[in-house]
Design a protein around this ligand. Sequence first.
Ligand SMILES: Cc1ncc(COP(=O)(O)O)c(C=O)c1O
Length: 439
Amino acid sequence: MTEQQRERSAVEADLLERARRRLPGGVLGTARYADEAAFVVKSGKGARIHDMSGRAYVDYVLASGPLILGHAHPAVVAAVREQVEGGTTYFMVNEPIIQLAEEICRAMPCAEQVRFTSTGSEATFFALRVARTYRKRDKVLKFEGGYHGAHDYAMMSSSPRSPKAFPAAVPDSSGIPHAIEAEVLVAPYNDLGTVEGIVAAHADELAAVIVEPFQRLVPPQPGFLQGLREITRRHGILLVFDEVVTGFRLAYGGAQQYYGVVPDIAAVGKIVGGGFPLAAVCASEELMRPFDPRQDGVADFISQSGTLNGNPIAAVAGLATLAELRRPGAYETLHGTGRRLMAGIAELAAKAGLAAQVVGEPVVFDLLFTDEPIVDYRSLQRADGALGRALTTGLIARGVVKNGQKMYVSLAHGEAEVADTLQAFEDTLKTLPKSKGRR
Ligand SMILES: Cc1ncc(COP(=O)(O)O)c(C=O)c1O
């Protein structure tokens, strides 16, 4: 595939200018493409999106992960259409949300009850509140490079520019009260020895260890999650899996099923809302009891409310998505597509003579420009970021869009998308500037 020849249309150029005027950075969050690659999405169908200039892209952003069936899947569209006719939100218990709670409990080994939220950030935030309530301790341990959303406790050492010695936390954002830094301890992912030492030294202060079981792109080394389970259990500290990315993706039962380690509490999001704002905290009845409003004034009570909690449109979209994922062979297909892409991209990078490797699991991965083993945040940081950005920009020019450091695969990605993607990689890799990443 050659660079998309078509120029940015006047309409799209105008929209980009208006976005720049009214949205900080012209964008919606921390993700921002190079100016020359910027575009405005018009529509999405299956594995592809179209921009306002009529250019098509094979989409590996997939709305940052929820769209495991691809865009506008007919089953999701039909379910949403039907629900919209009956009202869009109630702030009251409704049948779809009860069914979704039941389905989460059927799928997730750690789940007996569910509290819904609108975002994954809220889900991890309240998961930590559950742990603090149960343990009567305040501190939490998280991993360097782990991302649990945008709240103050999560925005610690998720992407530190100048990491401190463990377990000191580095805030990722301005505007976070300094007092929070002391409430978060940080450990290196995949390093059980360091975790063990920090937990032993702070066991009396810790409520929870929170971890992305598959951290960004980095799979857990054999025994790491089992070790976390053992250490936390030994000290009576709660283990929280942030399954916002991994839930219903690595397997139907998430990382808990895929890696065979059951946490005390899980936060789920993205896929479970079928492309609508919905996430959830789930755990045993015992841990979840404090959410019960009848506990107010009686015992430990966790105050948690949200205008869109239990939104029925998100619930039917989530249920329709999960029903597709329960079809026989769905995960084999998904992993098969991912494996083909991973192998193909790795081969093309090798052919181009680049010091690079494909890192991740078949459902979420990326090409990183380093040949060092990737086991944690610091090794991930040693990959050549400039080459990574040039790859992302070059792929967009050739009709493939991905996050800065992540490619999500969907069931809508078929042979044609795999072929187009590999062609775009081949053409882009050839053009990358020489750098320390070159052999
Ligand atoms: C692992 C993980 N946890 C939590 C979140 C936060 O979810 P949300 O963006 O819905 O607040 C994200 C978002 O990307 C995530 O990847």
